[in-house]
Design a protein around this ligand. Structure first.
Ligand SMILES: C[S@@+](CC[C@H](N)C(=O)[O-])C[C@H]1O[C@@H](n2cnc3c(N)ncnc32)[C@H](O)[C@@H]1O
Length: 559
């Protein structure tokens, strides 16, 4: 093997190539990606990095760090692939001079060769800059990936095998190998899905189980593609037609999202940053995923009502509620996370909302804090399995424990949401529960639990004309038949983030005793230990007076 002088600027020790390829790769990754010094001007190191035997390892690192946006990852993937094509040759190390020599051997003019080489280098720089920000958490994943022989297999072979196995599972009797069981095929498929799409085995299986095999692949594929950019017209400030005209005049290519919304616009391309136009700054629209319109549409707040948005930051849905209320009545915008209240308040101000009260409670303190609402929206904290295309970190950072802890919190919150509504409201008495997750544990299981614990509510239609019916049975569990009134949304089916919406009607403020049928012991532990918290005027006014006293005391103290 040829030994090259590694750097045109200063000599560096050449890479040790023994004892194993694995060690060399680890060495490269450690020193080039996690290294603390700036490596960019040193072309040898840069090219060494690209000479790793498995270019996919590099692309994988470049494209899975959770710090990157989907767009960045996609363009990096393209850049890396193009660069690798330029640099691909058989030797183990390469220097700047080698590249030029190699170009000379081709029949291109020196200038073209130089330009091509430099262009390739230039394209690589941003990728490497981002690569250097790969953190230690990802290092563990990098190592795992490299250590797993399975992962070294050609990625296209894996893709091919996924398709083949899905095909066999679709016509098992005819196409199976008699020596293999269905489970053998499923195990192979799950392993391949986890490798190919970069999920933990646990989450790959959890999501796979939601669908038939062929549809599951469509779902995983859709999670690799960014969803359309959509905006919601703020009807407190403008009309959709006027907004569209103003943005078109600025070079924005857009059109209505669909018949189901009168306020949504889909942005195809824009010559201006869509989050910084004068119209944006003037609060004429909110940058908001189409799926986020759905829970507020289901809530359907009426003018002059009192509405609670129990987990509201950064306020996409609060400001939508305020617009539907036409700035009448009141919307209580609560969130437990104090830091997120800043963006919530900023959005409320920007969009000209004048009927909002921002508060910072654990949602589980309602209705003790205040109750008697006409409607409550609980857009619950969730695992985010519906928004993987936006946050690919979910693929690996959600554990089995998360799918116990998160539903536990969701169950507590949904009971408090129900208890915060006044069943005697003249116009309302509704609760909407939503998540940007597609797992059954966070959706149907939570809603079914609420129906059992609060027999004074029932499910009603969300009023949204599309969406797949919620599960009434799932992997041996049977839910209340009315769960089919709830709605599921999927990226591969609706070209929007994965989402779930359920709407309850509260018909009594009294909670009848539970029947005790079908009571699952685990679920019972989630029950509100202190019993149902109801809205009581006396108690409320004491609490409110007490907190006012504390607030005034704090203010004096600050002065
Ligand atoms: C899905 S996000 C809400 C998004 C918001 N509805 C919107 O449309 O902009 C869930 C929110 O729940 C908040 N949260 C988490 N735990 C909470 C709790 N115990 N009580 C209230 N809010 C909570 C989080 O801070 C987060 O802002």
């Amino acid at each position: 093997m040829k030994n090259h002088n590694p750097s045109p600027r200063r000599s560096e020790p050449p890479l040790r190539l023994n004892p194993s390829r694995m060690e060399r790769r680890l060495h490269l990754i450690r020193s080039k990606i996690l290294g603390t010094t700036c490596l960019l001007p040193q072309t040898t190191r840069m090219t060494n990095l690209m000479m790793m035997n498995s270019p996919w390892a590099l692309i994988w690192i470049a494209t899975t760090t959770s710090k990157l946006t989907m767009m960045m990852r996609r363009s990096m993937k393209r850049m890396m692939l193009r660069t690798m094509m330029v640099f691909s040759h058989k030797s183990t190390t390469i220097s700047w001079q080698d590249l030029i020599q190699k170009q000379r051997r081709n029949n291109l003019s020196t200038k073209t060769k130089m330009m091509k080489t430099k262009e390739a280098m230039r394209m690589t720089l941003p990728s490497l800059l981002v690569l250097m920000s790969v953190n230690l958490a990802n290092w563990k994943l990098v190592r795992l990936m490299l250590e797993d022989e399975e992962d070294q297999a050609d990625i296209s072979q894996i893709n091919h095998r996924i398709k083949e196995v899905v095909n066999i599972l679709g016509n098992f009797k005819e196409l199976r190998d008699p020596a293999k069981s269905r489970q053998d095929y499923l195990d192979r498929l799950l392993k391949d899905i986890a490798t190919y799409y970069g999920y933990s085995d646990f989450l790959a299986e959890k999501l796979f189980n939601l669908f038939a095999p062929a549809e599951a692949i469509e779902f995983f594929e859709a999670n690799e593609v960014p969803r359309p950019v959509t905006i919601r017209t703020n009807t407190l400030r403008t009309r959709r037609r006027d907004l569209a005209q103003a943005l078109i005049n600025r070079g924005v290519n857009l059109e209505p999202i669909g018949k189901w919304t009168k306020v949504g616009l889909q942005v195809f391309e824009s010559q201006v940053p869509i989050g910084a136009t004068p119209e944006y700054l003037a609060g004429h629209y909110m940058l908001q995923a189409a799926s986020s319109f759905l829970p507020v549409m289901a809530l359907a707040p009426q003018e002059h009502e009192r509405v609670l948005d129990m987990a509201s930051a950064p306020g996409g849905k609060t400001t939508h509620i305020a617009a539907l209320l036409k700035n009448t009545g009141m919307v209580f915008a609560n969130d437990f996370n104090k830091d997120r209240l800043k963006s919530l308040s900023a959005n409320i101000h920007r969009l000209g909302v004048k009927n909002a009260v921002v508060c910072n409670y654990d949602g589980r303190e309602f209705p003790k804090v205040i109750g008697g609402f006409d409607r409550v929206l609980l857009d619950a904290p969730c695992s985010g399995t519906g928004v993987i295309s936006k946050d690919p970190g979910v693929k690996v950072n959600k554990t089995e424990k998360d799918f116990i802890d998160i539903p536990h919190l969701q169950k507590q919150l949904v009971l408090c949401a129900i208890d915060s509504v006044d069943a005697n409201s003249k116009t309302g008495g509704y609760i909407v529960y939503s998540t940007c997750s597609v797992t059954v544990d966070e959706n149907e299981a939570v809603v079914n639990y609420a129906l059992r614990k609060r027999p004074n509510v029932k499910l009603v239609s969300t009023g949204i004309e599309f969406g797949r019916e919620g599960f009434t049975r799932y992997r041996g569990k049977t839910f209340h038949p009315s769960l089919d009134l709830t709605r599921r949304y999927y990226p591969h089916m609706h070209n929007m983030d994965g989402f779930y919406v359920a709407k309850f009607k509260k018909f009594s403020n009294k909670i009848p005793k539970q029947t005790g049928d079908n009571v699952d012991e685990d679920e019972d532990q989630d029950a509100n230990e202190s019993g149902p918290a109801t809205f009581m005027e006396d108690e409320d006014s004491t609490i409110l007076k007490d907190s006012m006293r504390k607030l005034q005391k704090n203010r004096k103290h600050k002065k």
